[in-house]
Ligand binder design. Structure first.
Ligand SMILES: *[C@@H]1O[C@H](CO)[C@@H](O)[C@H](O)[C@H]1NC(C)=O
Ligand SMILES: *[C@@H]1O[C@H](CO)[C@@H](O)[C@H](O)[C@H]1NC(C)=O
Length: 259
């Protein structure tokens, strides 16, 4: 009853309470806009910082006006198709220090035009689809991943503006060509066009097979000739060893002429 009296006596208090309520609702609303475990700050653009937040996956409720997105130092395993597609202002995306193994082909669909910085360093990425990064125009960082250096990786980096720098920082943990293991992708690619290896390998296989057949044929011919020579020699020796009276002199002459 006393509270009611107070309100009735001082309408400005009621006003204040209502204002507070509206403020609280607004606060709650904006808090719900910021994904769990993240801090959202709006200076000139929206900065969503979810570093070190024990995230197992990329939050699906990211505010559409997010411009800076820090998802580094979490346990994120994959980057699904179109996960950032509503973030039309996304400029910086940091996915460093996660356990990302798979990046789907359409993972960066919708943000390729705005994205200036993509950090995927320190993950578990071995390979990606050749078109995953194809439309990205910004700088990217792919170092410290167990990359498999092959034609697909060469193709995936092909259209990227900073691909030379990226390839310098990629160390091949495994490779299509064994001798590229442990080298940087740039030196591997300088040694051999990774997309022409299979053709070269087929050519070499063909050459080896042909050489093999050739050797076999030659060996057979040599063996055959030798064998015949041996037979001829033995035959001749046999003839020579025969008592001369059984042979006509012309015959013996003929044989020596032949030899
Ligand atoms: C974004 O927010 C994080 C956490 O509040 C801060 O450390 C970082 O400096 C901010 N980044 C920018 C570019 O404002
Ligand atoms: C991304 O986060 C990592 C780890 O916190 C940091 O070392 C790196 O500099 C960040 N990269 C960018 C481009 O901000």
């Amino acid at each position: 009853m006393k509270l009611m009296d107070l309100f009735l006596a001082r309408p400005s208090s009621m006003h204040f309470l209502l204002q507070s309520l509206v403020f609280l609702v607004l606060c709650f609303h904006s808090a719900s806009m910021c994904p769990k475990g993240c801090m959202c700050s709006h200076v000139s653009s929206l900065n969503v910082s979810c570093s070190n937040a024990n995230l197992k996956e990329i939050p699906k409720d990211l505010p559409p006006e997010t411009a800076l997105l820090y998802l580094d130092s979490n346990q994120i395993r994959s980057v699904p198709n179109e996960i950032f597609k509503d973030l039309h202002q996304l400029k910086v995306l940091n996915l460093s220090k996660n356990v990302i193994e798979s990046i789907e082909e359409q993972a960066f669909k919708g943000v390729a035009d705005t994205l200036q910085t993509l950090d995927l360093s320190n993950n578990k990425i071995k390979s990606v689809h050749k078109d995953t990064f194809s439309k990205l125009k910004g700088r990217a960082q792919f170092s410290d991943n167990p990359w498999h250096c092959d034609c697909t990786l060469q193709q995936a980096l092909h259209g990227m503006p900073s691909n030379h720098e990226i390839a310098t920082n990629i160390i091949c943990e495994t490779a299509a060509l064994k001798e590229h293991t442990g080298k940087s992708l740039i030196s591997a690619a300088n040694e051999a066009d990774l997309c022409n290896l299979s053709k070269k390998t087929t050519d070499v296989a063909m050459l080896v097979t042909m050489f093999g057949w050739f050797t076999m044929v030659i060996s057979y011919v040599v063996y055959y000739v030798r064998q015949n020579q041996e037979d001829a020699r033995r035959h001749l020796e046999y003839l020579k060893s025969l008592p001369s009276k059984q042979r006509k002199p012309e015959e013996s002459d003929d044989i020596s002429t032949v030899l």
